[in-house]
Design a protein around this ligand. Sequence first.
Ligand code: ZN
Length: 152
Amino acid sequence: MSDTDPDREEAAESEESGDQAGPEAGVVESVERPFTCSVCGFPMVHEAAPLRVEVSSICHNCGDWTLQTAERSEVVGTAEGIADRLAGPVLTERQALAYLLREVAGLDREAVAEVTDSSPSNVDNLHRRAAEKIEDARRVIEELNRLQPSEE
Ligand SMILES: [Zn+2]
């Protein structure tokens, strides 16, 4: 009844890829990165989402549940690499970076302005443009998915 062939897609996925993990490898789900206890300054390494700037966990020095923060420059450096990959016809690199730092890392506009050498109002503009484009891209994808429902 159905002329779809699920086996064919699976076979295509298992094709051998000789590529090294370069910029095309995509965004990693988590990274190991140093965080610093905001109470006592004790350094700890956490595995966290790449743009996570704060983690709550037991500090091995305080022994308390504390807020631990990542070095901002490390998070920004990671965001720059991701923005580079996201940039294209939809988003400029600066729009992508503003969006990542505001929406994903959760930095405020002043902090983003500071690390991107920009002004808060310019960060707002970049962020707003990026959000509009991403929302529209999502709408397009959703429409297309409705036209081509994926069946298992
Ligand atoms: Zn501590």
